[in-house]
Design a protein around this ligand. Structure first.
Ligand SMILES: C[S@@+](CC[C@H](N)C(=O)[O-])C[C@H]1O[C@@H](n2cnc3c(N)ncnc32)[C@H](O)[C@@H]1O
Length: 295
């Protein structure tokens, strides 16, 4: 890539940041349409846009089932000044507390407010940003009631890169954001007839081991994610440009056995606040990739 990798404004455990340079080399250079159904922190999208001259994309459609992510991006796109002002305010308050106990108290106060307010309230996006920064390790996890339940991260100081966020906000002007389950998202794209020339990059929730399924899957969503159903679904999508990120495992190889496999690199994934694992990143695709190095 020509440009230096940019951080996502949303602190996110297991984000693709470390392997982005390598991964973008696998992205299709001819498609006019880019689709990313599992946006997460948005770090892949942001860096793709920052290097857009290397690609042919004219239209961009991204989605995530987590409304906080989508609402945050929509808000910085529509009302950057509000976001900057509110983030500065909340971070100053946090940083100004003289002891860890006071910071901790403030974190839980915001977490409580965040879980109570409706997602249509703009301040929820600010709380989301703050909780990801001040919470444990950038983990997003909800309990069965749908409440954010990540503990305090014991950060002494939180930094806010307002110039960086402004830069990203400006780059997002042409991005179309959606907040649906991926199946619904694809139904919408299908109806608009925009999938045939699309390059689709999938980074779905990773595959947990049998014995700890419920605990691990809480990380991204409180709904279970069925990889077999997902594979059956994507096989029916009418495009031959699909790329899927996965961490290497026998189970993944079995589920994705009809796809071609490429090794990317090692990445650290945080499973839950208590467990951190390392894994090798794999890309599966439904077409043979001619990897073109981006200088
Ligand atoms: C592995 S993360 C993506 C991480 C992202 N590539 C990054 O580097 O930050 C998977 C994302 O899929 C989303 N997700 C989970 N189930 C989903 C579903 N059924 N439909 C759409 N999005 C879903 C989660 O909210 C989460 O943000």
């Amino acid at each position: 890539m020509k440009n230096k990798v940019i951080n996502s404004p949303i602190r996110w455990a297991g984000s693709k940041k470390k392997i982005l340079n390598e991964m973008l080399n696998f992205f299709d250079k001819t498609s006019k349409i880019y689709v990313e159904p599992f946006l997460g922190s948005g770090v892949v999208l942001i860096n793709l846009i920052n290097n857009i001259n290397e690609f042919s994309f004219e239209e961009i459609y991204v989605n995530d089932i987590n409304s906080n992510i989508i609402n945050f991006y929509e808000l910085i796109k529509d009302d950057y000044e509000y976001v900057e002002k509110q983030i500065k305010k909340i971070i100053k308050k946090y940083n100004d507390f003289s002891s860890e106990e006071l910071k901790e108290e403030f974190f839980y106060e915001i977490r409580l407010k965040y879980n109570k307010i409706d997602k249509s309230n703009k301040i929820k996006s600010i709380y989301f940003y703050f909780l990801m920064k001040a919470g444990y390790n950038g983990v997003y996890r909800e309990n069965k009631k749908g409440e954010f339940n990540v503990p305090f991260g014991r950060k002494e100081k939180i930094n806010f890169d307002s110039e960086g966020l402004k830069f990203i906000a400006q780059k997002l002007k042409k991005v179309n954001f959606f907040n649906y389950d991926y199946i619904e998202f694809f139904n919408i794209l299908q109806k608009r007839n925009i999938l045939s020339d699309a390059f689709i990059y999938f980074d779905p929730p990773y595959i947990p081991e049998e014995k700890v399924i419920s605990e691990k899957q809480e990380l991204y969503t409180n709904k279970n994610f069925d990889h077999n159903e997902f594979v059956n679904f994507i096989k029916k999508i009418n495009t031959n440009k699909i790329l899927i990120s996965m961490s290497e495992s026998k189970k993944a190889d079995n589920i994705y056995k009809d796809f071609k496999k490429y090794k990317v690199d090692e990445i650290i994934r945080t499973i839950n606040p208590k467990k951190i694992i390392k894994s090798t990143e794999i890309l599966y695709s439904n077409y043979k990739i001619k990897k073109v190095e981006i200088k």
